[in-house]
Write a protein that binds this ligand. Structure first.
Ligand code: DCT
Ligand code: MG
Length: 363
């Protein structure tokens, strides 16, 4: 049997998952560990999920696990339960757990993270209605938008909707910089049919032409009356600084978290009509990120995901190559130099990795 690497960036993981029954269970357990802030087990279950997703066949017995990395005793016992009874009692317990259910619900609201979920849970809230009805709670601007458009943005965004948003964005960006690049990243770049948002990178072939572009685009979308919410984060990018050591650190590019009002008529489905609701538009969560062109390859690689793929790329760079990778740069600690890259392939080459196509990064 071929050896399977412990690093997701050395595995090819397409959307075809032969081990759903196990990975669905692991995802619930790892999310529960995240909710109770149990980092080690959370990561262990995420890694195991990712290993099983990369396999070209289904697991039928414990023997099939031989030689696979990242599958400790805890994980094997869950697999054993599922092989024996079709489900795991640990998963059933989590699914009926009050805290898990409340955290799952609260964090489904745009702008609500673990800290807020914890606060609401401790105050005894168990439903969104209870939270909304309490007028002593101060909601952030983001959470207000999250509640206002909850019905739309808690539903998945389809590839067709993502394409329609992409077209609007491209047209708008080109009003200001005709040769600017608008590239979809995140799950849709990995070939997913549905996502929770649409992620875009915007850059310009000529350096510094990107400055001010995001403000122009946002103002234009506002003028078109299709910007329901936005929060621009200014760039805090310093080229002289080393890549960040933190794996999950947010990058420093200028960006905007937005909610766009998408006219349903603009959505071209393959024959099937979008079910007509009571309104002719849908609110869509969109992230726009504007890296300067010399960082574009790093930003593209970083924003294409999956999260586990990104985590393992950085871990691999650090532990196997003594390099630091983030969304801006790759730094070789032994040579004390930055390694430049025009394309994602250049970055894989610097790291001594085989190129993994975006649709093979669904780790
Ligand atoms: N990302 C990351 N680490 C984070 C957050 C994001 O590496 N903490 C990267 C990986 C994916 C990309 O940014 C976009 O993030 P999401 O939109 O959250 O992920 P997605 O894969 O696009 O998932 P979805 O289809 O649900 O939008
Ligand atoms: Mg996304």
């Amino acid at each position: 049997m071929e050896t399977v690497s412990q690093y997701a960036c050395q595995r090819r993981t397409t959307l075809k998952n032969y081990n759903n029954i196990f990975t669905d269970a692991f995802e619930i357990l790892s999310q529960n560990f995240e909710f109770i802030e149990s980092e080690g087990p959370c990561l262990a279950f995420m890694r195991a999920t990712s290993v099983l997703k990369s396999l070209p066949r289904a697991i039928h017995s414990l023997q099939d696990l031989e030689g696979l990395p990242c599958l400790g005793d805890q994980i094997k016992s869950v697999i054993e339960d599922i092989l024996e009874c079709g489900n795991s009692s640990r998963v059933q317990d989590v699914l009926s757990d009050d805290r898990y259910k409340a955290f799952k619900l609260f964090t489904s609201v745009f702008g609500v993270g673990l800290k807020t979920a914890e606060r609401w849970y401790r105050r005894g809230f168990r439903s969104l209605e209870e939270v909304k009805a309490d007028n002593s709670i101060h909601f952030t601007k983001m959470q207000k938008a999250g509640f206002l458009y909850y019905d739309d943005i808690s539903r998945a965004v389809s590839r067709y909707e993502a394409n329609a948003v992409g077209q609007i964005l491209e047209d708008t960006v080109h009003l200001f910089v005709p040769d600017a690049l608008v590239v979809v990243t995140g799950g849709f770049r990995r070939g997913k049919e549905f996502g929770h948002d649409v992620d875009f990178l915007i850059t310009t072939p000529e350096s510094e032409k990107e400055e001010g572009l995001l403000y122009n685009v946002i103002n234009e979308l506002k003028y078109q009356g299709i910007l329901l919410y936005y929060d621009i984060i200014d760039a805090t990018f310093d080229k002289t600084k080393l890549p960040s050591m933190k794996f999950e650190a947010m990058d420093h590019f200028e960006k905007c978290f937005a909610i766009i009002k998408l006219n349903k008529k603009l959505v071209k489905c393959d024959g099937q009509e979008e079910l007509a609701g009571d309104k002719d538009w849908k609110a869509i969560r969109v992230d726009l990120v504007v890296p300067p062109v010399d960082c574009f390859a790093f930003a593209l690689l970083g924003w294409s995901g999956s999260r586990q793929f990104e985590r393992d790329l950085r871990r691999y760079a650090h532990h196997e190559k003594k390099m630091i990778l983030d969304n801006h740069a790759l730094y070789d600690k032994s040579k004390k130099t930055f390694l430049s890259a025009k394309t994602e392939k250049d970055i894989f080459d610097h790291l001594g990795l085989d190129f993994i196509e975006p649709w093979e990064r669904n780790a």
